[in-house]
Write a protein that binds this ligand. Structure first.
Ligand code: SF4
Length: 308
């Protein structure tokens, strides 16, 4: 690589790092994810997302106005071919406190699930239980997961298409066993940025298909649908993500979220009904207008916007 190319690559990496750091910092602040004295257990799978999460959290820790501890945890599920030395070597190298938990859930899953059936549901249930137990043993106050903006959108569509619910992945919630606070500090980060960052930082990625189980087909289909929209309709992803943060219960039909039965002309409303007319929608998706990065990357010619 020439000197100029090296300088350009470093410049781009710095920009990417700043953007991710800003996204994580914003999510932490918006949802009060990390508090003074917290011990954050960062779940590390060896994939791009969790490496990025750990990297950015460690970086933020150095300049944060509060004190919090980080412990990285990886669960070695004994999948054939799992390179058990990769994560310990990486984690020792960066000097972070870490724990590798070894539990042969692979054999349990193979034993219990008939050949040809999807193993993910039992596998992830077992993994969850082990990670909750580990968090307790370590005295962790929060469990941090590497899900990002695109995971949240995919989950929203999966729940709408298959589950009949408008429900996504929350940035912060109590775990299903009621014992832990789960946080997703990458909630505002784009998968594309994380991908580029992981490549540039040369994280020693461990492939996620070691167990040989087929990928969740429905999730893959939704992912491809979103990627296709992203190419064809600039700003749509950003706009949908904004929509998830901008819910107007009076304009949905969930009786439990809005008291339609008790509605009077004096009820305080953020928006009213336009009665005979359908509501006008902006010609340019709001996510495109508000996202310089997306706007710069996309062709925003009027023709394309009209198609969107
Ligand atoms: S892909 Fe494999 S390791 Fe991952 S949840 Fe499914 S069965 Fe478990």
């Amino acid at each position: 690589m020439t000197h100029a190319a090296q300088a350009k690559a470093q410049y781009n990496l710095n920009k990417l790092h700043k953007r991710l750091r800003r996204g994580v910092g914003q999510a932490i602040a918006d949802f009060n994810m990390i508090e003074e004295g917290d011990k954050i257990m960062v779940c590390l799978s060896g994939g791009k997302d969790s490496y990025t999460l750990l990297d950015i959290l460690l970086n933020l820790q150095q300049s944060a106005p509060i004190n919090f501890a980080i412990v990285a945890v990886n669960l070695d599920q004994k999948q054939p071919g799992f390179p058990a030395d990769v994560l310990p070597a990486y984690l020792s190298g960066i000097g972070v406190d870490f724990q590798i938990v070894t539990e042969d859930t692979y054999s349990i899953v193979k034993d219990k699930i008939p050949e040809g059936k999807t193993t993910c549901s039992l596998c992830s249930r077992l993994r969850r239980g082990i990670l909750y137990r580990t968090a307790k043993e370590l005295g962790a106050t929060k469990i941090a997961l590497g899900h990002h903006r695109d995971d949240m959108l995919e989950t929203l569509f999966l729940n709408m298409f298959y589950g009949g619910k408008m429900k996504s992945m929350p940035p912060k919630l109590v775990s299903d066993n009621g014992e832990h606070i789960v946080i997703r500090p990458l909630a505002y980060c784009k998968e594309k940025d994380i991908e580029k960052y992981a490549v540039a930082r040369e994280f020693p990625i461990i492939p996620c298909n070691l167990c040989g189980s087929q990928d969740g087909l429905q999730r893959q289909v939704v992912k491809e649908m979103l990627q296709d929209w992203d190419k064809r309709f600039p700003g749509r992803i950003e706009t949908m993500f904004q929509a998830m943060q901008n819910i107007v219960p009076s304009h949905m039909i969930d009786k439990t979220l809005f008291n339609f039965a008790g509605l009077t002309k004096d009820t305080e409303l953020s928006e009213r009904d336009t009665a005979f007319d359908k509501q006008a929608v902006p010609a340019i998706p709001v996510g495109l207008a508000g996202d310089d990065e997306a706007a710069a990357e996309q062709d925003t010619s009027p023709q394309i916007i009209a198609l969107g």
